[in-house]
Design a protein around this ligand. Structure first.
Ligand code: AMP
Length: 599
Protein backbone atom coordinates (compact mmCIF):
# COMPACT_ATOMS: atom_id res chain seq x y z
CA UNK A 1 0.00 0.00 0.00
CA UNK A 2 1.41 3.41 -0.93
CA UNK A 3 1.59 5.76 2.00
CA UNK A 4 0.57 9.35 1.70
CA UNK A 5 3.30 10.78 3.86
CA UNK A 6 2.07 14.26 3.06
CA UNK A 7 -0.87 13.63 5.39
CA UNK A 8 -0.68 16.33 8.01
CA UNK A 9 0.32 14.43 11.12
CA UNK A 10 0.24 16.09 14.51
CA UNK A 11 3.06 13.72 15.37
CA UNK A 12 5.45 15.35 12.89
CA UNK A 13 7.24 14.09 9.77
CA UNK A 14 8.18 10.39 9.83
CA UNK A 15 11.80 9.24 9.47
CA UNK A 16 11.13 6.72 6.69
CA UNK A 17 8.39 5.04 4.67
CA UNK A 18 7.93 2.26 7.23
CA UNK A 19 7.52 4.83 10.00
CA UNK A 20 5.02 6.76 7.92
CA UNK A 21 2.81 3.68 7.74
CA UNK A 22 3.06 3.05 11.46
CA UNK A 23 2.26 6.66 12.30
CA UNK A 24 -0.61 6.68 9.90
CA UNK A 25 -1.96 3.61 11.67
CA UNK A 26 -1.70 5.40 15.03
CA UNK A 27 -3.50 8.40 13.56
CA UNK A 28 -6.29 6.28 12.16
CA UNK A 29 -7.06 4.24 15.22
CA UNK A 30 -6.80 7.21 17.56
CA UNK A 31 -9.25 9.13 15.38
CA UNK A 32 -11.72 6.26 15.31
CA UNK A 33 -11.51 5.11 18.92
CA UNK A 34 -15.15 4.34 19.42
CA UNK A 35 -15.71 2.40 16.21
CA UNK A 36 -12.49 0.44 16.74
CA UNK A 37 -13.63 -0.42 20.27
CA UNK A 38 -17.05 -1.50 19.03
CA UNK A 39 -15.43 -3.73 16.42
CA UNK A 40 -12.99 -5.23 18.93
CA UNK A 41 -15.76 -6.09 21.40
CA UNK A 42 -17.87 -7.55 18.57
CA UNK A 43 -14.97 -9.73 17.44
CA UNK A 44 -14.21 -10.96 20.95
CA UNK A 45 -17.84 -11.76 21.74
CA UNK A 46 -18.61 -13.49 18.47
CA UNK A 47 -15.55 -15.71 18.52
CA UNK A 48 -16.11 -16.59 22.17
CA UNK A 49 -19.91 -16.94 21.95
CA UNK A 50 -19.75 -20.67 22.67
CA UNK A 51 -17.40 -20.43 25.63
CA UNK A 52 -18.60 -21.69 28.96
CA UNK A 53 -18.06 -18.27 30.49
CA UNK A 54 -20.21 -16.23 28.11
CA UNK A 55 -22.89 -18.92 28.04
CA UNK A 56 -23.02 -18.91 31.83
CA UNK A 57 -24.07 -15.27 31.71
CA UNK A 58 -26.59 -15.97 28.95
CA UNK A 59 -25.17 -13.62 26.39
CA UNK A 60 -26.90 -15.79 23.76
CA UNK A 61 -24.56 -14.73 21.00
CA UNK A 62 -25.12 -10.98 21.51
CA UNK A 63 -22.13 -8.88 20.51
CA UNK A 64 -23.35 -5.37 21.32
CA UNK A 65 -22.08 -3.23 24.15
CA UNK A 66 -25.40 -2.74 25.95
CA UNK A 67 -26.15 -6.45 26.33
CA UNK A 68 -22.54 -7.12 27.29
CA UNK A 69 -22.54 -4.40 29.93
CA UNK A 70 -25.86 -5.48 31.39
CA UNK A 71 -25.04 -9.18 31.69
CA UNK A 72 -21.35 -9.65 32.31
CA UNK A 73 -19.98 -9.00 35.80
CA UNK A 74 -16.85 -7.06 36.58
CA UNK A 75 -14.33 -9.48 38.06
CA UNK A 76 -10.97 -9.76 39.75
CA UNK A 77 -8.35 -12.45 39.33
CA UNK A 78 -9.64 -14.22 42.43
CA UNK A 79 -13.10 -14.53 40.83
CA UNK A 80 -11.60 -16.32 37.82
CA UNK A 81 -9.31 -18.58 39.79
CA UNK A 82 -11.55 -21.69 39.58
CA UNK A 83 -11.65 -21.43 35.77
CA UNK A 84 -7.94 -20.70 35.57
CA UNK A 85 -7.17 -23.67 37.81
CA UNK A 86 -9.19 -25.98 35.55
CA UNK A 87 -7.28 -24.77 32.50
CA UNK A 88 -4.01 -25.20 34.38
CA UNK A 89 -5.04 -28.74 35.29
CA UNK A 90 -5.50 -29.62 31.65
CA UNK A 91 -9.17 -28.95 30.84
CA UNK A 92 -9.04 -28.06 27.14
CA UNK A 93 -12.72 -27.26 26.70
CA UNK A 94 -13.53 -23.67 25.69
CA UNK A 95 -13.86 -22.22 29.16
CA UNK A 96 -12.81 -18.58 28.70
CA UNK A 97 -11.60 -18.56 25.11
CA UNK A 98 -12.64 -20.34 21.91
CA UNK A 99 -9.02 -20.27 20.80
CA UNK A 100 -6.78 -22.78 22.54
CA UNK A 101 -4.89 -21.42 25.53
CA UNK A 102 -1.28 -21.49 24.36
CA UNK A 103 0.39 -20.83 27.71
CA UNK A 104 0.09 -19.00 31.00
CA UNK A 105 1.79 -15.70 31.63
CA UNK A 106 2.95 -15.25 35.19
CA UNK A 107 2.31 -11.77 36.45
CA UNK A 108 4.69 -10.18 38.92
CA UNK A 109 1.73 -8.57 40.59
CA UNK A 110 0.70 -11.32 42.94
CA UNK A 111 -2.68 -12.36 44.20
CA UNK A 112 -3.89 -11.27 47.58
CA UNK A 113 -2.60 -14.59 48.88
CA UNK A 114 0.86 -13.66 47.65
CA UNK A 115 1.07 -16.13 44.75
CA UNK A 116 1.89 -15.13 41.23
CA UNK A 117 -1.10 -14.77 38.95
CA UNK A 118 -1.45 -17.13 36.01
CA UNK A 119 -2.90 -15.29 33.03
CA UNK A 120 -4.12 -17.54 30.20
CA UNK A 121 -3.12 -16.31 26.76
CA UNK A 122 -3.61 -17.35 23.14
CA UNK A 123 -1.04 -17.55 20.36
CA UNK A 124 -2.30 -14.58 18.34
CA UNK A 125 -1.75 -12.21 21.28
CA UNK A 126 1.92 -12.31 20.25
CA UNK A 127 0.91 -10.49 17.07
CA UNK A 128 -0.75 -7.75 19.08
CA UNK A 129 2.29 -7.36 21.30
CA UNK A 130 4.52 -7.22 18.27
CA UNK A 131 2.27 -4.62 16.70
CA UNK A 132 2.59 -2.37 19.74
CA UNK A 133 6.37 -2.82 19.77
CA UNK A 134 6.50 -1.93 16.08
CA UNK A 135 5.00 1.49 16.83
CA UNK A 136 7.63 2.51 19.39
CA UNK A 137 10.54 3.37 17.12
CA UNK A 138 8.50 5.30 14.53
CA UNK A 139 7.34 7.53 17.39
CA UNK A 140 10.82 7.81 18.90
CA UNK A 141 12.33 8.67 15.51
CA UNK A 142 10.13 11.78 15.40
CA UNK A 143 11.99 13.16 18.39
CA UNK A 144 15.48 11.65 18.22
CA UNK A 145 17.14 11.66 14.79
CA UNK A 146 19.86 9.28 13.69
CA UNK A 147 18.98 6.22 15.75
CA UNK A 148 19.71 4.11 12.66
CA UNK A 149 23.37 5.10 12.93
CA UNK A 150 24.08 2.99 16.00
CA UNK A 151 22.76 0.43 18.46
CA UNK A 152 20.67 0.03 21.57
CA UNK A 153 22.21 -1.47 24.69
CA UNK A 154 19.23 -3.18 26.27
CA UNK A 155 19.44 -5.51 29.24
CA UNK A 156 16.74 -8.06 28.49
CA UNK A 157 16.23 -11.39 30.23
CA UNK A 158 14.28 -14.61 30.07
CA UNK A 159 13.39 -16.80 32.99
CA UNK A 160 13.25 -20.54 33.33
CA UNK A 161 9.78 -21.83 32.60
CA UNK A 162 7.54 -24.04 34.65
CA UNK A 163 4.64 -26.22 33.58
CA UNK A 164 1.17 -26.42 35.03
CA UNK A 165 -0.19 -29.85 36.04
CA UNK A 166 -1.99 -29.97 32.66
CA UNK A 167 1.29 -29.37 30.80
CA UNK A 168 0.91 -25.73 29.76
CA UNK A 169 3.96 -23.50 30.02
CA UNK A 170 3.89 -20.82 32.70
CA UNK A 171 6.38 -18.00 32.24
CA UNK A 172 6.59 -14.21 32.30
CA UNK A 173 5.16 -12.37 29.31
CA UNK A 174 8.57 -11.07 28.25
CA UNK A 175 10.11 -14.53 28.38
CA UNK A 176 7.28 -15.69 26.14
CA UNK A 177 7.87 -12.79 23.76
CA UNK A 178 11.67 -13.04 23.58
CA UNK A 179 11.44 -16.80 22.97
CA UNK A 180 8.86 -16.38 20.22
CA UNK A 181 9.72 -16.40 16.55
CA UNK A 182 8.32 -12.85 16.48
CA UNK A 183 11.37 -11.73 18.43
CA UNK A 184 14.00 -14.30 17.50
CA UNK A 185 13.56 -14.00 13.76
CA UNK A 186 12.63 -10.33 13.62
CA UNK A 187 13.69 -8.81 10.32
CA UNK A 188 16.71 -6.50 10.31
CA UNK A 189 15.70 -2.95 11.09
CA UNK A 190 18.47 -0.34 11.18
CA UNK A 191 16.52 1.61 13.81
CA UNK A 192 16.31 -1.38 16.10
CA UNK A 193 19.71 -3.02 16.32
CA UNK A 194 20.71 -4.33 19.74
CA UNK A 195 24.21 -4.87 21.10
CA UNK A 196 22.97 -7.99 22.92
CA UNK A 197 22.89 -11.10 20.75
CA UNK A 198 19.76 -13.25 20.99
CA UNK A 199 21.89 -16.01 22.50
CA UNK A 200 22.72 -13.77 25.47
CA UNK A 201 19.15 -12.58 25.95
CA UNK A 202 17.77 -16.11 25.69
CA UNK A 203 20.04 -17.68 28.30
CA UNK A 204 17.98 -18.37 31.43
CA UNK A 205 21.03 -18.16 33.72
CA UNK A 206 20.85 -14.54 34.86
CA UNK A 207 24.59 -14.20 35.55
CA UNK A 208 25.67 -15.54 32.18
CA UNK A 209 23.01 -13.51 30.40
CA UNK A 210 23.88 -10.24 32.14
CA UNK A 211 27.62 -10.85 31.85
CA UNK A 212 27.57 -11.41 28.12
CA UNK A 213 25.13 -8.55 27.49
CA UNK A 214 27.34 -6.19 29.49
CA UNK A 215 30.45 -7.43 27.70
CA UNK A 216 28.88 -6.76 24.29
CA UNK A 217 27.77 -3.33 25.48
CA UNK A 218 31.32 -2.50 26.52
CA UNK A 219 32.86 -3.80 23.31
CA UNK A 220 30.44 -1.76 21.19
CA UNK A 221 30.49 1.23 23.52
CA UNK A 222 30.95 3.86 20.86
CA UNK A 223 28.08 2.57 18.76
CA UNK A 224 25.59 2.66 21.63
CA UNK A 225 22.98 5.41 21.12
CA UNK A 226 20.49 4.39 23.81
CA UNK A 227 20.71 2.35 26.98
CA UNK A 228 17.75 0.62 28.51
CA UNK A 229 15.93 -2.13 30.31
CA UNK A 230 12.22 -2.70 30.73
CA UNK A 231 11.95 -1.06 34.12
CA UNK A 232 14.33 1.39 35.81
CA UNK A 233 15.18 -1.20 38.45
CA UNK A 234 16.59 -3.51 35.75
CA UNK A 235 18.98 -0.84 34.48
CA UNK A 236 20.18 -0.06 38.00
CA UNK A 237 20.78 -3.74 38.50
CA UNK A 238 22.97 -3.74 35.39
CA UNK A 239 25.02 -0.83 36.73
CA UNK A 240 25.45 -2.63 40.02
CA UNK A 241 26.55 -5.70 38.08
CA UNK A 242 29.19 -3.61 36.35
CA UNK A 243 30.41 -2.36 39.73
CA UNK A 244 30.93 -5.93 40.90
CA UNK A 245 32.25 -7.47 37.68
CA UNK A 246 34.18 -4.80 35.79
CA UNK A 247 37.58 -6.30 36.62
CA UNK A 248 36.71 -9.64 35.08
CA UNK A 249 35.03 -7.92 32.12
CA UNK A 250 38.15 -5.82 31.52
CA UNK A 251 40.27 -8.95 31.83
CA UNK A 252 38.18 -10.68 29.15
CA UNK A 253 38.61 -7.66 26.86
CA UNK A 254 42.38 -7.55 27.47
CA UNK A 255 42.85 -11.22 26.64
CA UNK A 256 40.03 -11.74 24.17
CA UNK A 257 38.89 -14.77 26.17
CA UNK A 258 35.51 -15.26 27.78
CA UNK A 259 35.06 -15.67 31.55
CA UNK A 260 34.90 -19.46 32.15
CA UNK A 261 31.85 -18.89 34.36
CA UNK A 262 29.95 -18.32 31.11
CA UNK A 263 29.42 -21.94 30.15
CA UNK A 264 26.42 -21.67 27.82
CA UNK A 265 27.66 -23.10 24.53
CA UNK A 266 25.62 -20.84 22.26
CA UNK A 267 26.79 -17.72 24.11
CA UNK A 268 30.40 -18.91 23.96
CA UNK A 269 30.09 -19.48 20.27
CA UNK A 270 28.61 -16.11 19.43
CA UNK A 271 30.98 -14.27 21.80
CA UNK A 272 33.95 -15.89 20.04
CA UNK A 273 33.02 -13.78 17.01
CA UNK A 274 32.54 -10.56 18.98
CA UNK A 275 35.29 -10.68 21.61
CA UNK A 276 38.82 -9.78 20.43
CA UNK A 277 41.78 -8.63 22.55
CA UNK A 278 41.57 -4.86 22.93
CA UNK A 279 44.06 -3.48 25.42
CA UNK A 280 43.06 0.13 24.90
CA UNK A 281 39.39 -0.54 25.65
CA UNK A 282 40.25 -2.62 28.71
CA UNK A 283 42.41 0.21 30.06
CA UNK A 284 39.67 2.72 29.44
CA UNK A 285 37.11 0.62 31.33
CA UNK A 286 39.53 0.04 34.18
CA UNK A 287 40.25 3.75 34.46
CA UNK A 288 36.55 4.71 34.54
CA UNK A 289 35.45 1.94 36.89
CA UNK A 290 38.33 2.46 39.30
CA UNK A 291 37.11 5.97 39.98
CA UNK A 292 35.46 6.18 43.38
CA UNK A 293 32.80 8.45 41.96
CA UNK A 294 30.42 6.76 39.56
CA UNK A 295 28.42 9.88 38.84
CA UNK A 296 27.65 9.99 35.11
CA UNK A 297 29.15 6.52 34.56
CA UNK A 298 26.63 5.73 31.80
CA UNK A 299 27.66 8.65 29.64
CA UNK A 300 31.32 8.15 30.47
CA UNK A 301 31.29 4.57 29.22
CA UNK A 302 28.69 5.05 26.50
CA UNK A 303 29.40 8.63 25.40
CA UNK A 304 26.97 8.69 22.46
CA UNK A 305 23.91 7.74 24.51
CA UNK A 306 21.04 10.04 23.65
CA UNK A 307 18.53 8.76 26.17
CA UNK A 308 17.72 6.00 28.65
CA UNK A 309 14.88 3.74 27.60
CA UNK A 310 13.31 2.65 30.88
CA UNK A 311 9.95 2.90 32.57
CA UNK A 312 10.17 5.33 35.47
CA UNK A 313 6.45 5.90 36.00
CA UNK A 314 4.35 4.39 38.79
CA UNK A 315 6.30 2.38 41.33
CA UNK A 316 9.50 3.08 39.36
CA UNK A 317 9.41 6.85 39.99
CA UNK A 318 11.66 6.57 43.01
CA UNK A 319 14.60 5.48 40.84
CA UNK A 320 14.67 8.73 38.89
CA UNK A 321 17.26 10.51 41.09
CA UNK A 322 19.59 7.49 41.09
CA UNK A 323 19.34 7.11 37.33
CA UNK A 324 19.96 10.83 36.92
CA UNK A 325 23.05 10.45 39.05
CA UNK A 326 24.47 7.58 37.02
CA UNK A 327 23.54 9.07 33.66
CA UNK A 328 24.44 12.71 34.21
CA UNK A 329 20.82 13.70 33.67
CA UNK A 330 20.06 11.95 30.36
CA UNK A 331 16.42 12.04 29.28
CA UNK A 332 14.46 8.97 30.37
CA UNK A 333 11.99 7.67 27.83
CA UNK A 334 8.99 5.74 29.13
CA UNK A 335 7.76 4.28 25.89
CA UNK A 336 4.96 1.89 26.73
CA UNK A 337 2.39 0.72 29.20
CA UNK A 338 1.63 -2.97 29.28
CA UNK A 339 0.80 -5.95 31.48
CA UNK A 340 0.73 -9.72 31.34
CA UNK A 341 -3.00 -9.57 30.71
CA UNK A 342 -2.75 -7.20 27.78
CA UNK A 343 -0.45 -4.62 26.22
CA UNK A 344 -2.23 -1.30 26.54
CA UNK A 345 -0.53 1.54 24.74
CA UNK A 346 2.36 3.87 24.18
CA UNK A 347 3.74 7.27 25.02
CA UNK A 348 3.44 9.52 21.98
CA UNK A 349 5.92 12.03 23.46
CA UNK A 350 8.58 9.69 24.82
CA UNK A 351 11.17 12.43 25.39
CA UNK A 352 8.97 14.32 27.83
CA UNK A 353 9.91 14.65 31.51
CA UNK A 354 9.03 11.61 33.67
CA UNK A 355 6.48 13.69 35.58
CA UNK A 356 4.68 14.49 32.33
CA UNK A 357 4.49 11.00 30.86
CA UNK A 358 1.12 10.03 29.44
CA UNK A 359 0.18 6.82 27.71
CA UNK A 360 -2.28 6.58 24.85
CA UNK A 361 -4.19 3.31 24.97
CA UNK A 362 -4.40 1.75 21.51
CA UNK A 363 -8.05 0.83 20.99
CA UNK A 364 -7.24 -2.23 18.86
CA UNK A 365 -5.51 -4.10 21.72
CA UNK A 366 -8.61 -5.06 23.72
CA UNK A 367 -11.96 -3.63 24.76
CA UNK A 368 -11.36 -1.09 27.51
CA UNK A 369 -13.78 0.19 30.11
CA UNK A 370 -13.21 2.58 32.96
CA UNK A 371 -14.55 2.70 36.43
CA UNK A 372 -14.73 6.26 37.72
CA UNK A 373 -12.47 6.09 40.70
CA UNK A 374 -14.67 7.94 43.16
CA UNK A 375 -17.11 5.04 43.11
CA UNK A 376 -14.69 2.15 42.85
CA UNK A 377 -14.71 1.67 46.59
CA UNK A 378 -18.42 0.87 46.46
CA UNK A 379 -19.31 -2.77 46.84
CA UNK A 380 -19.50 -4.68 43.58
CA UNK A 381 -22.79 -6.31 42.85
CA UNK A 382 -23.02 -9.15 40.38
CA UNK A 383 -26.71 -8.48 39.80
CA UNK A 384 -26.28 -4.89 38.74
CA UNK A 385 -22.85 -4.28 37.30
CA UNK A 386 -21.66 -0.69 37.74
CA UNK A 387 -21.95 1.71 34.84
CA UNK A 388 -18.49 1.70 33.35
CA UNK A 389 -17.38 4.39 30.93
CA UNK A 390 -16.07 3.65 27.44
CA UNK A 391 -12.66 4.73 26.15
CA UNK A 392 -14.19 7.38 23.92
CA UNK A 393 -16.26 8.93 26.71
CA UNK A 394 -13.70 9.71 29.39
CA UNK A 395 -13.32 13.12 30.96
CA UNK A 396 -10.10 15.07 31.33
CA UNK A 397 -8.87 15.34 34.91
CA UNK A 398 -10.79 12.33 36.20
CA UNK A 399 -9.27 9.16 37.59
CA UNK A 400 -10.45 5.74 36.53
CA UNK A 401 -9.72 2.12 37.25
CA UNK A 402 -8.87 0.17 34.10
CA UNK A 403 -11.15 -2.77 33.20
CA UNK A 404 -10.31 -4.96 30.20
CA UNK A 405 -11.97 -7.50 27.96
CA UNK A 406 -9.35 -9.35 25.97
CA UNK A 407 -9.14 -11.60 22.94
CA UNK A 408 -7.69 -14.26 25.25
CA UNK A 409 -10.97 -14.43 27.16
CA UNK A 410 -10.78 -12.10 30.15
CA UNK A 411 -14.12 -10.33 30.44
CA UNK A 412 -14.48 -7.09 32.35
CA UNK A 413 -11.36 -7.85 34.32
CA UNK A 414 -10.00 -5.38 36.86
CA UNK A 415 -6.34 -4.81 36.13
CA UNK A 416 -5.93 -2.86 39.36
CA UNK A 417 -4.34 0.24 37.81
CA UNK A 418 -5.64 3.74 38.45
CA UNK A 419 -5.18 6.14 35.55
CA UNK A 420 -5.93 9.82 35.14
CA UNK A 421 -7.01 11.34 31.86
CA UNK A 422 -4.79 14.30 31.00
CA UNK A 423 -5.92 15.06 27.45
CA UNK A 424 -6.49 13.50 24.06
CA UNK A 425 -4.56 12.54 20.97
CA UNK A 426 -7.24 12.82 18.31
CA UNK A 427 -10.17 11.03 20.00
CA UNK A 428 -7.95 8.80 22.12
CA UNK A 429 -7.57 9.71 25.78
CA UNK A 430 -4.08 10.02 27.19
CA UNK A 431 -3.43 8.74 30.66
CA UNK A 432 -1.10 9.45 33.49
CA UNK A 433 -0.36 6.30 35.44
CA UNK A 434 -1.42 7.11 38.98
CA UNK A 435 -0.86 3.89 40.86
CA UNK A 436 -1.81 0.31 41.33
CA UNK A 437 -4.83 0.00 43.54
CA UNK A 438 -3.86 -1.45 46.83
CA UNK A 439 -3.48 -0.74 50.44
CA UNK A 440 0.06 -1.13 51.53
CA UNK A 441 0.10 -0.42 55.20
CA UNK A 442 -2.57 -0.62 57.79
CA UNK A 443 -2.29 -0.85 61.53
CA UNK A 444 -5.96 -0.34 62.28
CA UNK A 445 -8.38 2.17 60.69
CA UNK A 446 -5.54 3.77 58.74
CA UNK A 447 -4.96 2.72 55.15
CA UNK A 448 -1.83 3.91 53.44
CA UNK A 449 -1.42 3.17 49.78
CA UNK A 450 1.64 3.13 47.58
CA UNK A 451 1.23 6.69 46.31
CA UNK A 452 0.90 8.07 49.84
CA UNK A 453 3.95 6.18 51.02
CA UNK A 454 5.92 7.35 47.99
CA UNK A 455 4.90 10.96 48.65
CA UNK A 456 5.82 10.71 52.33
CA UNK A 457 9.15 9.20 51.37
CA UNK A 458 9.82 12.00 48.88
CA UNK A 459 8.92 14.70 51.40
CA UNK A 460 11.17 13.17 54.04
CA UNK A 461 14.06 12.69 51.67
CA UNK A 462 14.11 16.46 51.01
CA UNK A 463 15.75 16.70 54.45
CA UNK A 464 18.63 14.58 53.15
CA UNK A 465 19.44 16.89 50.26
CA UNK A 466 21.80 19.14 52.19
CA UNK A 467 23.73 16.01 53.14
CA UNK A 468 24.05 15.05 49.48
CA UNK A 469 22.21 11.85 50.29
CA UNK A 470 19.28 10.15 48.60
CA UNK A 471 17.09 7.15 49.24
CA UNK A 472 17.91 4.54 46.60
CA UNK A 473 15.40 1.95 47.70
CA UNK A 474 12.73 1.57 50.29
CA UNK A 475 10.08 -0.77 51.51
CA UNK A 476 7.78 -0.86 54.47
CA UNK A 477 6.27 -3.11 57.07
CA UNK A 478 3.35 -2.75 59.43
CA UNK A 479 4.86 -3.91 62.69
CA UNK A 480 2.05 -5.09 64.89
CA UNK A 481 4.06 -7.32 67.21
CA UNK A 482 3.76 -4.74 69.95
CA UNK A 483 0.81 -2.60 70.91
CA UNK A 484 0.39 -0.03 69.54
CA UNK A 485 1.76 -1.19 66.20
CA UNK A 486 3.82 1.15 64.08
CA UNK A 487 5.06 1.68 60.54
CA UNK A 488 8.59 0.53 59.81
CA UNK A 489 10.25 1.94 56.71
CA UNK A 490 13.46 0.34 55.44
CA UNK A 491 15.77 2.77 53.65
CA UNK A 492 18.85 2.09 51.63
CA UNK A 493 20.78 5.34 51.28
CA UNK A 494 23.21 6.63 48.71
CA UNK A 495 25.55 8.82 50.79
CA UNK A 496 27.71 10.67 48.30
CA UNK A 497 29.85 12.44 50.88
CA UNK A 498 30.43 10.14 53.88
CA UNK A 499 32.12 12.94 55.84
CA UNK A 500 28.82 14.83 55.77
CA UNK A 501 26.37 11.94 56.27
CA UNK A 502 22.94 12.71 57.78
CA UNK A 503 23.00 12.53 61.59
CA UNK A 504 20.75 10.51 63.85
CA UNK A 505 18.73 13.68 64.61
CA UNK A 506 18.17 14.33 60.90
CA UNK A 507 16.95 10.78 60.32
CA UNK A 508 14.61 11.11 63.30
CA UNK A 509 13.22 14.25 61.68
CA UNK A 510 12.75 12.25 58.47
CA UNK A 511 10.48 9.91 60.45
CA UNK A 512 8.40 12.83 61.64
CA UNK A 513 8.31 14.35 58.17
CA UNK A 514 6.94 11.08 56.80
CA UNK A 515 4.24 11.09 59.45
CA UNK A 516 3.33 14.69 58.62
CA UNK A 517 2.83 13.61 55.00
CA UNK A 518 0.57 10.65 55.74
CA UNK A 519 -3.20 10.93 55.61
CA UNK A 520 -5.40 12.31 58.38
CA UNK A 521 -6.66 8.91 59.49
CA UNK A 522 -3.07 7.92 60.19
CA UNK A 523 -2.34 11.15 62.07
CA UNK A 524 -5.57 10.88 64.03
CA UNK A 525 -4.62 7.37 65.10
CA UNK A 526 -1.23 8.68 66.18
CA UNK A 527 -2.38 11.81 67.97
CA UNK A 528 -5.91 11.31 69.22
CA UNK A 529 -6.31 7.57 69.44
CA UNK A 530 -2.74 6.65 70.29
CA UNK A 531 -3.37 3.49 68.35
CA UNK A 532 -0.25 3.82 66.19
CA UNK A 533 3.24 4.20 67.63
CA UNK A 534 6.02 6.49 66.29
CA UNK A 535 7.11 5.73 62.75
CA UNK A 536 10.48 4.01 62.50
CA UNK A 537 13.11 4.21 59.77
CA UNK A 538 15.61 1.37 59.62
CA UNK A 539 18.61 2.17 57.48
CA UNK A 540 19.98 -0.95 55.78
CA UNK A 541 23.42 -1.71 54.36
CA UNK A 542 24.29 -0.90 50.74
CA UNK A 543 23.23 -3.70 48.43
CA UNK A 544 20.44 -5.01 50.68
CA UNK A 545 17.74 -4.44 48.08
CA UNK A 546 19.91 -6.12 45.50
CA UNK A 547 19.91 -9.15 47.76
CA UNK A 548 16.17 -8.87 48.12
CA UNK A 549 15.83 -8.98 44.34
CA UNK A 550 18.19 -11.96 44.13
CA UNK A 551 16.04 -13.70 46.67
CA UNK A 552 12.84 -12.96 44.72
CA UNK A 553 14.50 -14.16 41.51
CA UNK A 554 15.68 -17.35 43.19
CA UNK A 555 12.04 -17.93 44.10
CA UNK A 556 10.82 -17.50 40.54
CA UNK A 557 10.42 -13.75 39.94
CA UNK A 558 11.42 -12.40 36.53
CA UNK A 559 14.30 -9.93 36.30
CA UNK A 560 12.56 -7.88 33.63
CA UNK A 561 9.35 -7.54 35.54
CA UNK A 562 10.70 -7.43 39.08
CA UNK A 563 9.47 -4.52 41.12
CA UNK A 564 10.62 -3.96 44.69
CA UNK A 565 7.69 -4.74 46.96
CA UNK A 566 6.73 -1.52 48.68
CA UNK A 567 5.51 -3.50 51.63
CA UNK A 568 6.90 -6.72 53.02
CA UNK A 569 5.60 -9.26 55.50
CA UNK A 570 7.08 -12.58 54.39
CA UNK A 571 9.29 -13.83 57.25
CA UNK A 572 12.45 -14.73 55.28
CA UNK A 573 12.42 -11.29 53.65
CA UNK A 574 11.91 -9.59 57.00
CA UNK A 575 14.79 -11.60 58.42
CA UNK A 576 17.01 -10.63 55.51
CA UNK A 577 16.17 -6.95 55.90
CA UNK A 578 16.54 -6.96 59.67
CA UNK A 579 19.92 -8.67 59.50
CA UNK A 580 21.19 -5.79 57.32
CA UNK A 581 20.00 -2.91 59.54
CA UNK A 582 22.76 -0.43 60.38
CA UNK A 583 20.72 2.09 62.37
CA UNK A 584 17.18 2.65 63.67
CA UNK A 585 15.40 5.96 64.01
CA UNK A 586 12.05 6.98 65.48
CA UNK A 587 9.77 9.93 65.08
CA UNK A 588 10.63 12.27 67.97
CA UNK A 589 7.23 13.96 68.21
CA UNK A 590 3.58 13.69 67.25
CA UNK A 591 2.59 14.87 63.78
CA UNK A 592 0.00 17.62 63.41
CA UNK A 593 -3.61 16.68 63.59
CA UNK A 594 -6.74 18.60 64.43
CA UNK A 595 -10.26 17.25 63.99
CA UNK A 596 -11.33 19.80 61.39
CA UNK A 597 -8.13 19.68 59.42
CA UNK A 598 -8.43 18.35 55.86
CA UNK A 599 -5.44 17.53 53.69
P1 AMP B 1 2.90 -7.54 35.08
O1 AMP B 1 1.54 -8.13 35.05
O2 AMP B 1 3.82 -8.19 36.03
O3 AMP B 1 3.45 -7.44 33.72
O4 AMP B 1 2.74 -6.04 35.61
C1 AMP B 1 1.88 -5.16 34.94
C2 AMP B 1 1.71 -3.93 35.77
O5 AMP B 1 2.95 -3.19 35.80
C3 AMP B 1 0.71 -2.96 35.21
O6 AMP B 1 -0.62 -3.33 35.47
C4 AMP B 1 1.14 -1.69 35.91
O7 AMP B 1 0.66 -1.67 37.24
C5 AMP B 1 2.66 -1.81 35.90
N1 AMP B 1 3.18 -1.11 34.70
C6 AMP B 1 3.38 -1.60 33.48
N2 AMP B 1 3.82 -0.65 32.63
C7 AMP B 1 3.88 0.49 33.36
C8 AMP B 1 4.25 1.83 33.07
N3 AMP B 1 4.65 2.21 31.86
N4 AMP B 1 4.19 2.74 34.07
C9 AMP B 1 3.79 2.38 35.31
N5 AMP B 1 3.44 1.13 35.64
C10 AMP B 1 3.47 0.20 34.68
Amino acid sequence: MAVDSTLPSPLGPPACEKDAKALQFVEEITKNVDSVQERVLGEILSRNAETEYLKRYKLNGATDRDTFKSKIPVVTYEDLQPEIQRIANGDKSPILSAHPISEFLTSSSGTSAGERKLMPTIHEELDRRQLLYSLLMPVMNLYVPGLDKGKGLYFLFVKAETKTPGGLLARPVLTSYYKSEHFKTRPYDPFNVYTSPNEAILCADSFQSMYSQMLCGLIMREEVLRVGAVFASGLLRAIHFLQINWKQLAHDITTGTLNPKVTDASIRECMSKILKPNQELAEFITKECLEENWEGIITRIWPNTKYLDVIVTGAMAQYIPTLEYYSGGLPMACTMYASSECYFGLNLKPMCKPSEVTYTIMPNMAYFEFWPHESSTSVLSRDSPPRLVDLADLEVGKEYELIITTYAGLCRYRVGDILQVTGFHNAAPQFRFIRRKNVLLSIEADKTDEAELQKAMENASVLLKEFNTSVVEYTSYADTKEIPGHYVIYWELLIKDPANAPTDAVLNQCCLQMEESLNSVYRQSRVADNSIGPLEIRVVKDGTFEELMDYAISRGASINQYKVPRCVSFTPIMELLDSRVVSKHFSPALPHWTPERRR
